[in-house]
Design a protein around this ligand. Sequence first.
Ligand code: 28F
Length: 639
Amino acid sequence: MKEEHYNASDIQVLEGLEAVRKRPGMYIGSTSSRGLHHLVWEIVDNAIDEALAGYCDDIEVIINQDNSITVKDDGRGIPTGIHAKTGLSTVETVYTVLHAGGKFGGGGYKVSGGLHGVGASVVNALSTWVEVKVYQDGKVHMIRFENGGHTVSPLHVIDNCSPDRTGTTVTFKPDPEIFTETTIFDYEILKTRIRELAFLNKGLRIILCDDRVEDKKKEEFLYEGGISAYVEMLNKNKTPIHDDIIHLEGKENDISLEVAFQYNSGYTSNIYSFANNINTHEGGTHEDGVKLALTRIINNYARKIKMLKDNDDNLSGEDVREGLTMIISCKISDPQFEGQTKTKLGNSEVKKIASNVFSEGFERFLLENPEEAKLIVEKAMTAARARVAAKKARELTRRKGDLDVTNFYGKLSDCKSKDPKECEIFLVEGDSAGGSAIKGRDSMTQAILPLRGKILNVEKARLDRALSNEEIKTIITAFGTGIGEDFNIDKLRYNKIIIMTDADVDGSHIRVLLLTLFYRFFRPIVEAGHVYAAQPPLFVIKHGKTIKYVLNEQERDEYLASLSPNTRYDIMRMKGLGEMDAEELNETTMDIEKRVLRQITVDDIVSADDIFSKLMGEEVEPRRNFIEQNASYVENLDI
Ligand code: 28F
């Protein structure tokens, strides 16, 4: 190893980045696929900051063939001069000193998200190599780091460029020693977040390229309409009840708030909020302020135009949010993220500001658009009547034992343990599979709920109608969380909810109906990752005395290839859960040690909502298009 002369700042640099390599989870959440993709967001956030500062219009993200990532922006370019404090170039400082990223130093602030905004130096620490090019003053400056952030070639000019070209290009290769689960980037994950960032930053063009595939994939995301375009996309398969997408924005002492929304004829509420471009899944003060104002304004207006009589009860928050698609975007200099997954905005001063900004804009909209206003109030009042009806029906699903016991307990074979952390419930299609599951299960921790009838399609139903469906009532009672206004995830009686249906068309239909129910009425359960799909085997291969169950074609072919050519295999396609006896069902699909479960997540709010609306919604056209476009992907369609 050649003689290294480290000065004080070198040692501080190495200790800083070494700390990141020792405990990467502290800086990027985890070293799973999620953490891997987080590296991209750290770099993209820096480019977005440059766009927010008004100096960059185009960002490009390229997945290179070796799964390194290149991010380009056409901003000012990271300053190439010497950084006063470190004696290094600013570029080298930003990439080697932890927390040096803070773009505008003390004065300004980083508005884009990122986990604690430690940014570029963390990416450097967790990469086998990083190359930064800065286009400035007609020159291309380059610096290269290797092995977790060591500068191997300090910033130097490598080329000329046109004098008016400025910007920053960063290429990095995540370190496989850190990202042991995977270092392969997922195009859909990158696409989802990039599209969301384009919605949240109107007018910003972000291009995503995948150079790993033959016909190099390239998609451009640019929404002049910003979050109004987001609402338009979310409502594209629904029936709006008023034409315009309402767009409100305002700013009070350094906090800016933007809201876009449109009511549709559906019954569900799709409100998504963001703080500094981060998806605040758990809500927070921005969302609370808007919701409070929405309820107050609609009640005031309804009373003013005498649609609500003096002795009528107020419309509830749930009533005024029925059929509402809304995006809330807040930009704030010192965001406090709270909650289980750090996705709840905690700044208390935001609530009043959000309420003021929203009230002022929405009151004006209602006064200027009496027709739309009337439609919105009418919808809320219909929802209120249904809510009252649902309240009566809901009493029946409360798990206080006052339910008619035979009806409920005849259906659920509960587990002995009462500790939710270890219990799981299987929702099983049909009585015969239900019977085998009850016989084959571990009765200490596994509950079985056989589903006899079809689950109602709740995409098109209000809660009161959903509660009239026996299967749904039984499911709600079994979960123990209550539903609607009473919903409380802390009362969930099972850690895992496992949908166990056949791989055929009927089974898939029941699974989608259940997922629609969960997505519409139990979304926090899905977002917390409690919902799974069991993977019953598709084939059984018998040769000699060996019986091998495999999940799908790929596993079948891999297994067959592993057998010596002279063994005579016969392969049988499993007909369904009902065909397996208790032993087999347990062995292949239920036993915690042997089974394969697929966790259901709602990461992509746009496509999840999109798919449910298309497949389960009112409009036939979008459903036909979706099926035509996706028919080629369907395998094992078993009519
Ligand atoms: C592909 C990733 O990282 N873009 C960036 C800039 C621009 C400036 C900057 C960045 C100043 C003192 C920290 C330029 N001119 N894309 C990027 N573009 N950082 S990162 O400044 C760095 C700060 O220390 C910039 C004038 N002001 C800021």
